[in-house]
Design a protein around this ligand. Sequence first.
Ligand SMILES: N[C@@H](CCC(=O)N[C@@H](CS)C(=O)NCC(=O)O)C(=O)O
Length: 257
Amino acid sequence: MASNRPVLWHLPLSHYSEKVRWALDHKRIGHDRHAPVGGVHIPVALYLTRGRHYTFPVLELDGHRIGDSSAIIAALERRQPDSPLYPADRNERERALVLEEWFDEHLGPSVRRYVFHVMRSDRELFDELAAQQVPAPLRRYRRLAGAYARAFTGTRFQTVSDDKAARAREEMLAALDRLESELGDNQYLVGERFTVADLTAASLFYPLVLPSEGPLHLEPPPEVAQLRDELAGRRGYRWVNEMFARHRDKGAARAAG
Ligand SMILES: N[C@@H](CCC(=O)N[C@@H](CS)C(=O)NCC(=O)O)C(=O)O
C-alpha cells in the first residue's frame, strides 16, 4: 500500500461491489480496481483484512483495508465530505443509515439468491456469464467456468433450493413494497436529495431491474423477464432506473487523480 491511490477489490457482477463503485464514482475519487475470480475472492478478502472479512468489496484507503460496503462508504464520507452521501441533518442521517442497513440485510441477499436460482437453470446463459468472469485465456472453457460458478453460488448463496428461492423472491418483493412506502410522493428516500439510502436501494436492486447504466447487460431468462414485465409499471422499479440514469456517473473517478 505504498501509493495513496485507493484500491478497490471487487466482483464486477456483485451488487454490493456496485454500491461501492457508485459511491467512489459519485465522489469522483480516483482509484484502481482488482477483480479476482468469484470464490477465489474469499481467501483474498481474508488475507487483505487479516481475517476480519471474507466478502468483497474491500477498499484499501489511506493505509487501511476496509471490508463491508457500509463501512467503506462511511470511510469515504470522512475522507472526502464533498458530494456528500450522508445528510447533514442528524435525524435525516440516522434515517438514511437505517435504510442503508435494512436494504443491505433484506434486499441484497434475497435478490442475489432469487436471480442466481433462476439463472442456474438456463445453462447456456449461466455458462456464458461465468465465462465472462474468468481471465481471458480461460474463457473458452465455458462449461467448466459454468460448473464452477454453479457450485460456488449454490454453496455460498444457497441458490439451489426452490423453496429458499421462493422465499427470497417474496423478500425481494417486500423490499420493493418498503421502497415505495418509504418514498411516498418524494423523489428521494431521505430529504430532497440523493443519499446513501437511495444509492443502496438502487444498486442492490440492479440484478433485477438491469438498468442500462448498470454493470450487467443480458437477456434475462424467461421467468425473470416475466417478473420484470409485471413490475415494470411499479413506482419503485421505475425509480431504480431513474436513480441510475440521474446519478450513476461512471468512469470519471477512475480517470481522476
Ligand atoms: N455486508 C457485506 C456483504 C458483501 C457480500 O455479500 N459480498 C459477496 C459478494 S456479492 C461475497 O463476497 N460473499 C462471499 C461469501 O459469502 O462467501 C457488504 O455490504 O459489503
